[in-house]
Write a protein that binds this ligand. Structure first.
Ligand code: SAH
Length: 354
């Protein structure tokens, strides 16, 4: 028999799967069953699709393959955090993290291999962008972490944050398609309110999210409310002026009516002055928001240092006085380099784990 060039079955939607069965003289509802195996149960092997006859499984095997991610290595922190090195079908590697707390389990997922942006404090920036993840590769990370949550913590995943490698708004189409599947009743049926997209701040795309009527939450890696400071630590901000970012956030707030979370690290000699604090308070007064002060996690080869605790306390006092909610949490998973911005530590430039 002539060799058939096998197609990735996961590129077919439910209707296409139904049509496939019908065109092979089989009942079309079989396509719906396959869809369920692929997307609700996360099965990666045709032989595990037990409500299909051997004959139907063989037809599938003749025409298709299931291109899926593989968890290459799994590191477990003493605090329960799990960091997964995820190998893609082309051998590139991204990372995703399971973060358990008393009340929730959060998946931190990647959206790109490497990153298009150049934040000077982030280990992923050193990798440059190699490619975007497709929607299935994003979805698969969530399914894998959901399995781990059930296995190690006896509960399903409760939250998802797009805070792994990459800039989700630079891979918008695939991120949205993945979220559609995560929230769809025939996918994982998770509430979009439990999903947070974290962006370094791309004004045009933030407006687009509002126009597209998305339902998830928004976090912005602000790190400074002053254009000149932001440009130093996030050089791409030269192209995306803070004024435009603020405009887009006002637009988003009018649409979503939900508070935006500003992620903020305080560094010595960078944003540790009174005027930095005042600028942040002024911005929070303008935009319904809360502030999440993130502990700075040192990355290989960087000279940046987190500011003294007294400066962080000054930020907290000023924000609290202005009735802005502020949280400051210690990082999780530090012993395995699983914390924010550290994911690419110990990865060599080709994206393979060393
Ligand atoms: N590109 C997106 C999502 C990935 S980064 C974004 O910028 O939001 C996820 C979060 O980790 C961001 O808030 C980012 O600013 C933060 N981060 C990056 N490097 C860090 C580091 N070394 N220590 C602590 N947080 C860091």
């Amino acid at each position: 028999m002539e060799e058939i060039n096998k197609k990735d079955i996961r590129l077919l939607n439910k209707e296409a799967l139904q049509d496939f069965f019908a065109s092979h003289g089989a009942p079309s509802f079989k396509g719906g069953q396959v869809y369920q195996w692929l997307w609700q149960k996360g099965v990666h092997n045709f032989d595990l699709m037990t409500n299909l006859s051997l004959e139907h499984r063989n037809i599938l095997k003749t025409y298709f393959e299931i291109k899926h991610i593989n968890i290459d290595t799994q590191q477990r922190s003493s605090d329960g955090t799990i960091k997964n090195a995820v190998k893609l079908h082309d051998q590139l590697v991204v990372e995703s993290v399971l973060i358990p707390t008393a009340s929730r389990t959060t998946a931190c997922v990647s959206s790109q291999v490497g990153c298009s942006l150049d934040c000077v404090f982030c280990a992923t920036a050193a990798l440059k962008r190699m490619r975007n993840l497709n929607a299935d590769e994003i979805y698969d990370q969530v399914v894998a972490i959901d399995h781990q949550s059930k296995l190690y913590h006896n509960r399903p995943l409760s939250n998802i944050v797009f805070m792994g490698m990459g800039e989700p708004l630079m891979n918008y189409k695939n991120v949205i398609a993945a979220i559609d599947k995560i929230t769809h009743p025939e996918g994982l049926a998770m509430s979009p309110r439990r999903i947070t997209l974290s962006t370094s701040g791309i004004p045009k795309m933030i407006k687009k999210m509002a126009d597209d009527n998305v339902k998830f939450r928004l976090a912005v890696s602000l790190h400074s409310a002053r254009q000149e400071v932001r440009e130093k630590i996030m050089p791409f901000a030269q192209k995306f002026d803070l004024k435009d970012l603020i405009d887009s956030l006002v637009y988003w707030n009018e649409y979503s009516k939900k508070k935006i979370t500003f992620e903020y690290i305080v560094w010595e000699g960078i944003n540790d002055q009174k005027e930095d604090i005042q600028a942040l308070v002024a911005l929070c007064n303008r935009i319904p928001s809360k502030v999440n002060i993130i502990q700075y996690n040192t990355i290989d080869g960087s000279l940046m240092k987190q500011a003294q605790q007294s400066v962080i306390d000054d930020y907290i006092t000023a924000l609290t006085r202005a009735r802005v909610k502020v949280t400051y949490r210690r990082s999780r998973g530090l012993d395995i380099d699983a914390a924010c911005g550290q994911l690419a530590n110990k990865l060599d430039i080709k994206g393979t784990v060393t």
